[in-house]
Every structure is written in structure tokens, then in C-alpha cells.
Design a protein around this ligand. Structure first.
Ligand code: NAD
Length: 717
């Protein structure tokens, strides 16, 4: 018997316990262990039936994701290695019940589908989340699940990957009973009753009752595909999952499984799956900061304060209230405060209307936000987030005031987009308590939170901020202090190239369309109109003194600003907007762009979509590599997470740095070099990009090396 699977007996009932903490993943050894337990049970005369259960707090929560990388090059002609185990289980002459608690996901749920019966405790979750990793169920799940729950439910579960509750599972026939109390005792009782009643042993694969008729199914598949194309734009796995379920309705079980396997292998080898697995592990790595060990003490956060109830401050206050943390929200005038609170109420009311929260919950959250015009209530705050105007003098004044009022253990955070945390910290007598908490707009919705470390920020403040990010349901990514940190520093060259491209002859719509087709949630110009053309202008003004003489400057963006076209807020920017904020190109603006270019002596030409993608995306990559070189981001995957969660970069491309890896850094570097020769110093290639390209390495290799060094250093200390 394998160490990972234990076989025990309770009278004539055998208990197979998968014991592979923390989640009882199907690591090598687990399927073999289950198989040999079954073999023993089948030949044991005194054993009449068995319970299959997970040790600890969960059933089998799925495959061991690290294994996918290892099998990627296999063609799996004979199918999933788990398939024979499931067949063996299903064919057992003695009844088997899967006893589910915690989560039964992926391969775990596929095994449970092979059991003759399933019981679950009320809180358990069941799902086929493979699509979230760019895969489809690969051990018969797309064939057995529709036989248990019907086509529509199987499509929903396999194509969208969301888990269902035990109650939902019971209603749809995926479990036979919800049990209360001790799961093992209840499951044992259940199987004894089965034996006593001599119930027939159902083999899921032999049943076709729930597979539905062709006409109904056709509509189900069509609707699901249309939804997937809309809400999972660019992703292939959801479409393949639908095809596989469709095969269950049209082919025999054996043929269906073969078809599923073919699609699974295609998924496994796709960039999409590699990218999604890269992101999956990235999200788990991101909290690891080499010099801030796991056991770094954290400060308690029980009360918060926010300065500024504008676009950002209101959303930030909502984040605290949503997490149950009371928050004081300060403004300078009653008018601004009233407006800010009204926006918060409107946002909550809209969630109530959409059924995402109850009226009670809304009132409770609102009661946690205390509007104020004075600093009086700041003395108890454990964390203050400043979201006043983007102006250094103002921020220094505010932090000077906070230094006098706040308790010594309070974290003083700024939501600045570009300004130096060190300069802000220098306005206080406690720079070690100052940090950047850079939320993204809308702050109550966007998942990204850049945690900006100043030169003197203490490790406790960093560790507490990372923990707080989790409590606020944000993805905290640690970044260093420089102009724009990671996200906004990279968006500058990206936007600049887009603007140069329209000066050179591309149209605004063409650039946005090309970026959209590439997978970006929004084109650059639509994004600029949303954020505000004036915001970009203000940033350029703030840093104009840093411009290098003779360097090309994006003149067109200033022209749009000078026309008072600030974007959506003025109903006109790069585009015109109607009441529904639908953008439309403006012919006069197009002409103005042409004239401006001609006057500036810029020759306009035909520009291909390919050039648009290379110039905008490689600008991101080159700057990202410089950010790594400067140590502003710890790992390339951190940059990827920032771009996916804060800037709408397509997750199925894995982020800009992973995308560059898939193109090959040698090729990317050559192109950057060419662009440098053609367009001048903006395109100076990053030293790191050059080095990696020359040694045939990738950004992922860079991350791995960094991890090894950090592990070696922490072992040495
Ligand atoms: P905003 O103009 O919408 O809001 C700023 C608010 O701060 C105003 O209501 C103003 O009355 C108030 N304020 C100014 N001085 C104050 C003081 N001393 N005490 C209390 N309130 C004061 O600006 P915003 O877009 O919310 O930006 C706020 C900060 O967040 C800026 O530093 C900005 O760079 C940063 N930021 C903005 C975005 C964005 O997309 N808007 C994204 C990330 C970060």
C-alpha cells in the first residue's frame, strides 16, 4: 500500500483514505494506491463495500498541477493514466461510495464520478476547474458528468470552471445525499444500506438517460459558445470543453473519451495553458519577498482612514468597509465629502440592484464609513491611505500633518500613481512607516494593488501591507520606488509608441483595434479617454524638466488636451462619446492628426497591425526588462500579474514578459535593436534583455535563478 493511500476496515466495510496533504492532490502514487486498495477489497471475501474518502479537510482537490509541465510533451495516445483506475472503480463488483468534504475538483471529481454513489457534506464544493488552467477535464469528466447532471449543467461546469455547492450537486444528480455530522460514519451507514437493500451498482458510463435530445442540446451548445466567446474572450479551452461534452451526446462512451483525450492534449500543448499555469504559480510566488521572511511580525489593522473622497478615495474606503474594517473618510469641503459619499452609496445601491448584496449588507457597510472634515478621528487609525490630488507639495503637507496626529504604529500609505514615496516619507519623522498602496481605478473593483516599498519602509510595514491586500481581496504585488513604479512606468513607453504610430499614419481606431484583437481589454486610446487625457498631460507636465533635448515628443496627445478633449468625462477625447459612452471616431480629429504630423515634418505611411503590436507590446517588454534590471520588480511574473490585473493584458498570453518568452527573447531583442536604429534612444535595448537573448534564456529562467539565489541566501542566514 502506498504511503499516500490508507486502507482500513470497519466490519465488512473498507475505507480507502487518500492522505496526501494539504489538498490530497493526485500526485504520483495516489492513483496507484487507490487501485491497489481496490484490488485488495475486491478479493477479500469478508468485505462487502467501500468508502473512498480524503484525509484531513478535503476530498481529492484535483491533479498535481506541477505534473502538467512534465507531461506536456506527451501525446497520451492511451489516454489519461487515471482512466483505467476509474474504469476499475466503476466495474468493482462491490459498491463504492465517494464521501466528499472540502473540495472535489478536477481529477478528484472525475474519480468520484466513477464511484457507484456519492455523498457529500453540506459545505463541500464540486467542480471541473480545468479551464482555468487552459485545459479540459482529461479523465472522462466531459463524458461522465453530462451522464450524471445533464448536458446543460455539464457544459456550465466544464466550460466555465466554477464549482457548485453540494445542494446544487444534489439537485442535479451529482451527489445522492447530503449528510450532516461525521462524514465517514454517515458514508459507512449509507453503503451499509446500499448493501442491505441490494441496490444495483450504477455504472455512470453506461447511462445515457440524461444526455438529452439533439435539438435541445444544439441550442445549449450554441448559447454556451456565444457566452464563452464573450466572457472568456480569446480563450480556447472553454470552447473545447463544450465540444467534448457535445461528443458525449453523439458518440459512444469509448469514442467520447478518445475525443476528449485528443482535445485535452491539444490544450496541454497550447500557449494558453502554459500561460495560465504560469499565472497560477505566479500568484502563489508573488507574496514571497526574499528579505521579508514569512515570519516577519505584522501590525494589527483594526481601523483605517482615507484622505480624499474623489475617484480613488471613495473606492478605497469601500474596500475597507467590504472587509469589515471601520474607516474614516476625510475631505476638505462638505461639498466634496457629500459628493464622495453619494458616489459610494450609488455604487453599493447598484450592487444591491444587481443582486450582489442585500440592502442590509449595504447599510452595514455604509455604517462602517465615517465621513469627516477634520483629522480628529485619525488618532486610532492603524492604516491611513492618502488619495488626494497628485501633487508633491500637497502630499508632503498631508504626511506632515499625519505624522503629528497618527499613533506611532500607524502605517502611512500614499495612493500616488507616480510620485516618489521617499520624498513623501521625508516629510515625516517616521519614514519607516511610510509606503505606497497603489490601487487601480475603479479601486473597489480592480484586483491589483502595487505595494510600493520606499528606501526606508520597514519590513513589518511591507509584510502587514501584503497581508492587508489579501484581506481586502486584492492581489498585492511588491514593487520598488521609481517614477510610475511598475505599471505606470511601463504604460508610458506603451502609450508613447501608440501616439507616435498615429503621428506616422495609423488611425486611432486601427491602433485600438489591433490591440483589442491582440487581446487587450481596451485599446490604448480608449483607455486614455477613460483615465482622462488631462491626467496624462499633467504627468507629462510634472516631468517635462526631465525631457532630453532633441528627443521625439508625442505632440498629438498635447493637441487633444489643448482642445479641451479630456476623454469620456468631456464626452470627447481621442473619440467622441454619446450618452451611453459609446465611442465614435471623429473625422475632424483624424484630419487634425494628419495636419499636425505634416506640420511637424513627419512622413505618414501605411502601418500594419503587426507593426502596431510590435511597437506597443515590445515597448512594454523592453521597459519591463529595465524594471527587472533596476530591481523595481522582483520577478518577471510580478510584472505579468500587474499587467493582467491592472491593465487588461490577456491572461491567456501570460502577461507581457511571458509573451516575450513565447516569442523568444532572441527575436524580441533583434526587433528592439532594429527599432532603436530606426527610432532613436527611446528604444535603447535593456541590458538584461540583451544578456538573456544572447545566452538563449527566458524571463522565466531569470525568475527561477532569482528564486534559487533567494532560497540559498535564506538557507545561509
Ligand atoms: P480626485 O481628484 O478624484 O480626488 C482627490 C480628492 O482629494 C478630491 O476630492 C479633493 O477634494 C481631495 N483632497 C485634496 N486635498 C485633500 C486634503 N488635504 N484632505 C482631504 N481631501 C483632500 O483624484 P483621484 O483620481 O482620486 O486621485 C487621487 C490620487 O490617487 C492621486 O495621487 C492619483 O495620482 C492617484 N491615483 C489615481 C488613479 C486614477 O485612475 N484616478 C489611479 C491610481 C492612483
Amino acid at each position: 500500500m502506498s504511503e499516500l493511500v490508507k486502507l482500513t476496515f470497519d466490519g465488512e466495510i473498507a475505507v480507502i483514505t487518500v492522505d496526501n496533504p494539504p489538498v490530497n492532490a493526485l500526485s504520483p502514487g495516489v492513483p496507484e494506491g487507490i487501485k491497489s486498495a481496490l484490488e485488495e477489497i475486491i478479493v477479500a471475501d469478508n468485505i462487502k463495500g467501500a468508502v473512498l474518502i480524503g484525509g484531513g479537510t478535503t476530498f481529492i482537490a484535483g491533479a498535481d498541477i506541477r505534473e502538467f509541465g512534465k507531461i506536456r510533451n506527451q501525446t497520451r495516445e492511451s489516454g489519461s493514466p487515471i482512466l483505467p483506475l476509474i474504469l476499475f472503480l466503476e466495474d468493482s463488483p462491490k459498491p463504492i461510495v465517494a464521501a466528499i468534504h472540502g473540495t472535489a475538483f478536477g481529477g478528484g471529481l472525475e474519480i468520484a464520478q466513477g464511484a457507484h454513489f456519492r455523498v457529500a457534506n453540506e459545505k463541500s464544493l464540486l467542480g471541473q476547474p480545468e479551464v482555468k488552467l487552459g485545459l479540459i477535464p482529461g479523465a472522462g469528466g466531459t463524458q461522465r458528468l453530462p451522464r450524471l447532471v445533464g448536458t446543460a449543467k455539464a457544459v456550465e461546469m466544464c466550460a466555465f470552471g466554477e464549482p457548485i455547492s453540494a445542494k446544487d450537486a444534489l439537485e442535479n444528480g451529482l451527489v445522492d445525499k447530503i449528510v450532516e455530522g461525521d462524514l465517514l460514519a454517515e458514508a459507512t451507514k449509507f453503503i451499509r444500506q446500499v448493501i442491505q437493500a441490494n441496490k444495483p451498482l450504477r455504472k455512470t458510463r453506461e447511462s445515457r438517460d440524461k444526455l438529452g435530445d439533439e435539438a435541445t442540446n444544439a441550442a445549449i451548445f450554441e448559447t454556451a459558445k456565444a457566452t464563452a466567446k464573450k466572457i472568456r474572450r480569446g480563450l480556447n479551452a472553454p470552447l473545447k470543453a463544450i465540444d467534448a461534452v457535445e461528443a458525449a451526446t453523439k458518440l459512444s462512451f469509448e469514442e467520447g473519451v478518445q475525443f476528449e483525450n485528443k482535445l485535452f492534449v491539444e490544450c496541454l500543448q497550447s500557449v494558453e495553458s502554459k500561460a495560465l499555469i504560469h499565472v497560477f504559480f505566479g500568484e502563489r510566488e508573488v507574496a514571497k519577498i526574499p528579505d521579508v521572511p514569512k515570519d516577519t511580525p505584522v501590525l494589527p489593522i483594526e481601523e483605517a482612514a482615507v484622505i480624499g473622497a474623489g475617484t480613488m478615495g471613495g473606492g478605497i474606503a469601500m474596500n475597507f468597509a467590504n472587509a469589515g474594517i471601520p474607516v474614516v473618510l476625510k475631505e476638505t469641503t462638505q461639498e466634496a465629502l457629500t459628493r464622495g459619499m453619494a458616489t459610494i452609496e450609488k455604487n453599493y445601491a447598484s450592487s444591491v440592484k444587481k443582486g450582489r448584496m442585500t440592502e442590509d449588507q449595504m447599510q452595514k457597510r455604509l455604517s462602517l464609513i465615517t465621513p469627516t472634515l477634520v483629522y480628529d478621528e485619525f488618532a486610532d487609525a492603524d492604516v491611513v491611505v492618502e488619495a488626494a490630488f497628485e501633487n508633491m507639495a500637497l502630499k508632503r503637507e498631508i504626511f506632515g500633518a499625519l505624522d503629528k496626529i497618527c499613533k506611532p504604529s500607524a502605517i502611512l500609505a500614499s495612493n500616488t500613481s507616480t510620485l516618489s514615496i521617499d520624498e513623501i516619507a521625508a516629510a515625516t519623522s517616521r519614514p519607516e512607516m511610510v509606503i505606497g498602496h497603489h490601487f487601480f481605478s475603479p479601486a473597489n473593483v480592480m484586483r491589483l494593488l502595487e505595494i510600493v516599498r520606499g528606501e526606508k519602509t520597514s519590513k513589518e510595514v511591507v509584510a502587514t501591507s501584503m497581508k492587508l491586500a489579501k484581506r481586502l481581496k486584492k492581489l498585492g504585488v511588491p514593487v520598488g520606488n521609481c517614477r510610475g513604479f511598475v505599471g505606470n512606468r511601463m504604460v508610458e513607453p506603451y502609450g508613447r509608441e501608440a501616439q507616435f504610430l498615429v503621428e506616422e499614419g495609423a488611425t486611432v481606431e486601427q491602433v485600438d483595434r489591433a490591440l483589442n484583437n491582440f487581446g487587450m481589454a481596451m485599446g490604448l486610446f480608449a483607455m486614455s479617454d477613460l483615465a482622462g487625457v488631462d491626467v496624462g498631460w499633467r504627468v507629462r507636465e510634472e516631468y517635462k524638466h526631465l525631457e532630453i533635448a532633441g528627443r521625439r515628443y508625442p505632440i498629438i496627445a498635447d493637441k487633444i488636451y489643448e482642445l479641451g478633449r479630456y476623454g469620456q468625462k468631456t464626452k470627447a477625447g481621442w473619440y467622441d462619446y454619446d450618452e451611453n459612452r459609446k465611442p465614435a471616431p471623429n473625422a475632424e480629429i483624424a484630419q487634425m492628426l494628419k495636419d499636425t504630423a505634416t506640420n511637424a515634418g513627419i512622413r505618414q505611411r501605411e502601418i500594419s497591425d503587426e507593426e502596431i503590436i510590435e511597437r506597443t507590446i515590445y515597448a512594454l517588454v523592453n521597459e519591463g526588462a529595465k524594471i527587472l534590471e533596476d530591481g523595481i520588480a522582483l520577478r518577471s511574473v510580478d510584472i505579468d500579474l500587474i499587467y493582467i490585473n491592472g491593465f487588461g493584458f490577456p491572461v491567456w498570453r501570460g502577461g507581457p514578459m511571458f509573451y516575450a518568452d513565447t516569442i523568444g527573447l532572441e527575436k524580441v531583442y533583434q526587433k528592439v535593436k532594429e527599432l532603436h536604429e530606426a527610432h532613436g534612444d527611446w528604444w535603447k535595448p535593456s541590458g538584461l534583455l540583451k544578456k538573456l537573448a544572447e545566452t538563449g534564456e527566458s524571463f522565466s529562467d531569470f525568475d527561477r535563478r532569482k528564486l534559487q539565489t533567494a532560497t540559498a541566501e535564506s538557507a545561509a542566514n
